[in-house]
Design a protein around this ligand. Structure first.
Ligand SMILES: Cc1cc2nc3c(=O)[nH]c(=O)nc-3n(C[C@H](O)[C@H](O)[C@H](O)COP(=O)(O)OP(=O)(O)OC[C@H]3O[C@@H](n4cnc5c(N)ncnc54)[C@H](O)[C@@H]3O)c2cc1C
Length: 477
């Protein structure tokens, strides 16, 4: 009651979350849950550019390998490793927060019905990972069900174009709806979770280079992430961070139109370009240590932007080799290398010379061959790049080949955020503006393995909780 005996109007705070992938859903659900727990009256609206059935961006198509141990903790040394992989450029406080908050995030998802398993990872051994049973789609479904239970409003086909506010404070969003009409949503807080700029050809060209303009996108959902959220935040004075020149990419079979038709058996064969020449050390590291550079090398350095992995019958004896092939199109197979060269349209003499020189430089003793670890079997053919591991002669019929191109998954350049998911301007955290997931710039040089989904989940949850903390502290608009 106020002094006049009238009932006081209860302030309903309004949160807008942009992007209905893993980061956005975590933010919306955690904000509403925290608001209920702390008595804050909050309405949450989740906006997405895609029609509802297609929303979820990359998250929907992601197998969602998450770099956590079965007990939901990161492995010892995680923060040091990730910072080292970034060439020392990554924000240690951000990754320490990721490590500290990951167990609570995973336990929370389990409480929402997500079931995690510890998956075998392609063929090579790597860091410990967990994965939601059913992948990203199952993760989104569990979060969506909770969002609906909590009364969160889902608005689809709304494309964010602009933020209301400045580098001190944000008060809402502007965008276009399905009819192309401009719509404005005023809000006390805005969480941006609308992905990187991989779906925007002009931004790819501008930041990654001219050869990135026609980069294939790895899945259907990837195209929605057109960088509009990043541009809108930069326009009001948010700071940029992350490596704007690159992103994560993987080698896929160009004949397949499926999501992520990766072919990851290249470490066990040789890779040649359209002239039949090797150009890259197929065995430089475990698959997940080389796939990103390999994909970029095809896209940026090869005329025609396509290569071919050549293998022989020994592939078929590697246990579970098919786990590393997600293309639905069978390999090109031939009884002889000559016939294979003809089927691929590769110059016969050049390919035969390449394979002969490679075979001649392979070690005679092949007993130490082990596809799961760097086995030290090295070939250093005259006039070619070396192959540092898994070097076995290509000499047993049938001979097999897959064409390969690079496919872009997400970009690294984005918004500067702190360990509380607040977006930063040069003046400090921008009041009422938060960001999580791919839209934030925290990766440099190479993508840390199985961290993209982890950061979307952890910082989405943190963003939602921080919104409510700030509303309680009176910091919101
Ligand atoms: C095939 C594939 C495999 C992957 N495998 C792994 C893996 O094993 N491990 C791992 O860690 N990571 C993996 N990733 C990457 C990881 O899944 C993503 O980085 C993560 O899901 C991103 O989540 P997000 O919420 O930030 O963005 P997204 O899930 O992409 O969601 C962004 C949402 O924003 C919406 N949007 C975009 N622009 C606008 C706009 N202007 N207005 C309104 N809405 C907009 C989109 O429609 C989308 O729904 C993979 C990705 C793919 C595609």
């Amino acid at each position: 009651m106020n002094g006049l005996g009238e009932p006081q109007a209860i302030k309903v705070h309004r949160l807008i979350v942009v992007g209905q992938g893993a980061a956005g859903l975590c933010a919306a659900v955690s904000a509403m849950t925290s608001a209920h727990a702390s008595g804050v009256d909050l309405s949450v609206t989740l906006l997405d550019a895609a029609p509802l059935a297609d929303s979820g961006g990359n998250s929907r198509w992601s197998p969602s390998n998450i770099r956590l141990q079965a007990d939901h903790h990161v492995a010892p040394g995680f923060v040091d490793e990730v910072v080292a992989e970034s060439g020392g450029l990554a924000d240690r406080d951000y990754f320490q927060q990721l490590a500290d908050q990951a167990p609570a995030m995973a336990d929370w998802l389990v409480s929402l019905g997500v079931v995690f398993q510890s998956p075998p990872y392609y063929l090579a051994k790597g860091p410990a990972r967990i994965q939601p049973v059913g992948g990203g789609a199952a993760l989104l479904n569990a979060l969506l069900a909770r969002a609906r239970d909590l009364g969160i409003a889902l608005v689809d086909e709304f494309s964010l174009t602009q933020l209301l506010g400045d580098d001190v404070c944000v008060t809402g969003v502007v965008g276009t709806d399905a009819q192309g009409q401009t719509q404005t949503h005023h809000a006390d807080a805005v969480v941006l979770a609308c992905g990187g700029f991989q779906g925007n050809a002009a931004m790819r060209k501008q930041h990654l280079g001219a050869a990135a303009e026609n980069y294939r996108l790895i899945s259907q959902g990837t195209a929605y992430n057109d960088g509009a959220g990043i541009r809108a935040a930069l326009a009001i004075g948010a700071q940029a961070a992350g490596d704007w020149c690159t992103g994560h990419a993987e080698p896929v079979d160009p004949r397949s139109q499926n999501s992520a038709p990766v072919v990851l058996v290249y470490p066990y064969g040789v890779v040649v370009d359209a002239q039949g020449q090797r150009f890259f050390d197929e065995g430089a590291g475990l698959m997940h240590e080389t796939w990103e550079r390999f994909a970029h090398q095809m896209q940026f350095e090869l005329p025609g932007q396509q290569a071919y992995v050549i293998l022989d019958a020994k592939l078929l004896n590697i246990a579970d080799y098919a786990r590393a092939i997600r293309s639905d199109v069978p390999p090109i197979s031939a009884p002889t290398l000559e016939a294979l060269a003809q089927a691929l349209g590769l110059p016969l003499a050049a390919l035969m010379d390449t394979i002969a020189a490679f075979n001649a430089a392979c070690p005679d003793d092949q007993h130490s061959f082990d596809p799961t670890v760097k086995d030290g079997l090295t070939s250093t053919p005259v006039g070619q790049v070396p192959k540092s591991n898994w070097a076995r002669p290509i000499d047993q019929s049938p001979f097999l080949a897959w064409p390969l191109v690079g496919a872009l998954v997400y970009t690294f350049g984005g918004l500067k955020t702190n360990a509380n998911a607040q977006v930063l301007s040069v003046k400090g955290p921008i009041c009422g503006l938060y960001a999580a997931g791919e839209i934030t710039g925290h990766f440099y040089q190479l993508a840390p393995n199985s961290v993209a989904m982890l950061r979307a989940l952890v910082f989405g949850k943190i963003a939602g909780e921080q919104v409510v903390r700030d509303l309680l502290a009176g910091h919101a608009v």
